[in-house]
Write a protein that binds this ligand. Structure first.
Ligand SMILES: Nc1ncnc2c1ncn2[C@@H]1O[C@H](COP(=O)(O)OP(=O)(O)OP(=O)(O)O)[C@@H](O)[C@H]1O
Ligand SMILES: [Mg+2]
Length: 323
């Protein structure tokens, strides 16, 4: 359920274009606007290459926006990061968890040093004992134990490594965590454990999440609201249950139809909607509605006029000429 409608993050008309070979422009994020409320999990979903990570990294201020802006508690992230002190504080408040917990952990550092890196940078421990105590607490918080502190990342399983990544993010007591496909590389049984851990931590620490994923299966359990992205744009944004029960955008229906159902009867009845053709290139996205080349319900207007994201029902926004 949506707990609170006070925005922690406001993304307004955000564009991120990359200049690629032959003086072409790749529109990775093209005019995206949404808010993330304090204490909620906002899920951002869409196929590979639709611009999810670029959106996340621009919100973090790791890459510069082409235009538009991101506000964190009303403060401009991109602009705010120009002052050294603001930048350091923003980097503490916003943390990231990555898809590949192995590649994102330095193999030559002990778990203890990996977790304590942020503590050291931000001077959050009074002395060595305090630092160690914090590391032990964090390990226990994520379901590991203090014996793990002096080991190296390769000694852990994928799920355990993701727990180390979570402990590292928590070490600096962030208010906001961007989790970029944090469970995609894990076995299904482990995925649920990591999602549950993230949910528990959110309740205990009132953390706000941006949870990025390429399919809708796990996102439902963790997200309060979900934005569906296609080729750099948000095509539907809705309260999580509503999105699953009454999806409006034809592309959302495609993504939902791809989720296998646990119940064999519903699974047998599941009709997979396969969109026509391949995803077009973000270098030359289709005119009008970007999805029209693949949409089973495309009309003439879809080829020429770009639909706006409109509030169709309570807690549900959709960019589609059908509505
Ligand atoms: N630094 C860059 N230079 C040029 N193009 C880039 C750069 N970073 C991303 N892109 C392109 O921008 C588009 C969006 O990429 P992005 O990584 O944001 O997608 P994604 O939705 O996170 O995909 P995935 O699910 O594969 O992680 C892609 O076409 C990608 O090739
Ligand atoms: Mg990505």
């Amino acid at each position: 359920m949506v707990k609170n409608c006070e925005a922690l993050i406001e993304v307004k008309n955000l564009k991120k274009y990359f200049h690629v070979g032959n003086s072409q422009t790749l529109k990775a994020v093209d005019n995206v606007s949404f808010e993330i409320y304090k204490g909620e999990t906002f899920g951002l979903v869409g196929e590979s290459g639709c611009g999810k990570s670029t959106t996340g990294r621009t919100i973090m201020g790791l890459i510069e926006a082409t235009s538009g802006y991101v506000l964190y508690e009303g403060k401009d992230v991109q602009h705010g990061k120009k002052s050294k002190r603001n930048r350091k504080e923003l980097y503490r408040k916003m943390q990231m968890i990555f898809q590949d917990p192995y590649a994102s952990l330095n193999p030559r550092m002990t778990v203890s040093d990996i977790i304590a890196e942020g503590i050291d940078i931000h001077g959050l421990a009074r002395n060595f004992d305090d630092r160690l105590k914090k590391v032990f607490n964090l390990l226990e918080t994520v379901g590991l134990n203090r014996e793990h502190a002096n080991r190296y990342p390769h000694e852990f399983s994928g799920g355990q490594r993701q727990r180390i990544g979570i402990a590292r993010a928590l070490a600096v007591e962030p208010d906001f965590i961007i989790a970029d496909e944090p469970i995609s590389a894990l076995d299904v049984s482990i995925q649920a454990q990591v999602v549950n851990l993230m949910k528990e931590l959110q309740q205990e620490r009132n953390i706000t999440y941006l949870f990025i994923a390429h399919d809708l299966s796990m996102v439902k359990f963790i997200s309060d609201r979900i934005g569906v992205m296609y080729l750099g744009s948000i095509v539907e944004l809705a309260e999580s249950n509503r999105l699953y029960e009454e999806p409006l955008h034809p592309y959302t229906k495609v993504l939902l139809s791809a989720i296998p159902q646990p119940d064999p009867v519903t699974e047998r009845r599941r009709e997979r909607i396969i969109p026509k053709g391949d995803i077009p290139s973000p270098i030359n996205p289709p005119s009008g509605c970007r999805f029209h080349t693949r949409c089973p319900l495309a009309m003439n207007i879809c080829k020429t006029s770009e639909p706006k994201l409109l509030n169709i029902k309570e807690d549900q926004w959709v960019a589609c000429h059908l509505y």
